[in-house]
Design a protein around this ligand. Sequence first.
Ligand code: FMN
Length: 210
Amino acid sequence: MKNSSFILVLLGVAVLFIAFRWAYASNDKEEPENVVCSSTIEDIMTRTSVRSYSEKQVAKETVDTLLRAAMGAPTAMNKQPWRFVVIDKREILDSISTKFKSMTMASKAPLAIVMCGDMSATIEGEGREYWVQDVSAASENLLLAAHAIGLGAVWCGIYPIADRVRDFSNMLELPEDIVPLACICIGYPDGANQPKDKWHPEYIRYNSWK
Ligand SMILES: Cc1cc2nc3c(=O)[nH]c(=O)nc-3n(C[C@H](O)[C@H](O)[C@H](O)COP(=O)(O)O)c2cc1C
């Protein structure tokens, strides 16, 4: 091949390379918005309660990610009255499973996080009960983060069932101001879990109930 033809081929390859890079770079620019948006909706729509887990343990960094997600929730007047008790001791998980009929999955879960409210950190007066909404928002954040990471989790209710509040408070030696709201059992799913279809357009009204 003559030198000039070789240079022409080389130039052609270079032009093609730059064109491809440019095309991919422009796609990259649009991607974050679409990807973040669609994967958030996708995670919300595919989350479901998971009550059966494999034996795989949950790493400490993963637990931190779940707690960070929980603490990212909206909270009335930014009071952040949520507190968390992470349970990874087998005997405590087994005891939850035995004591509470609706939490038997705890015996197979490598981890549970008890979502609590600190009554000394709530809004004073009428807004006090907002703590329930704050800790519930944190709980949903945690469930979604768990699902996004590939974990399975289930929210098990404690508050306002008086017996459960009392038993959890005793078991975890909670101070008087700390009220347990939910026990979230967490682990890597043992098998597939199908989300329920909960879309009911008849539950919706526009602008007034009529
Ligand atoms: C306040 C609350 C309390 C719940 N308590 C329990 C429970 O004690 N045990 C349990 O297995 N699931 C419990 N769940 C999970 C629900 O059963 C589950 O969210 C519901 O059936 C809908 O299914 P999904 O989460 O797969 O969409 C509770 C959920 C909420 C929000």
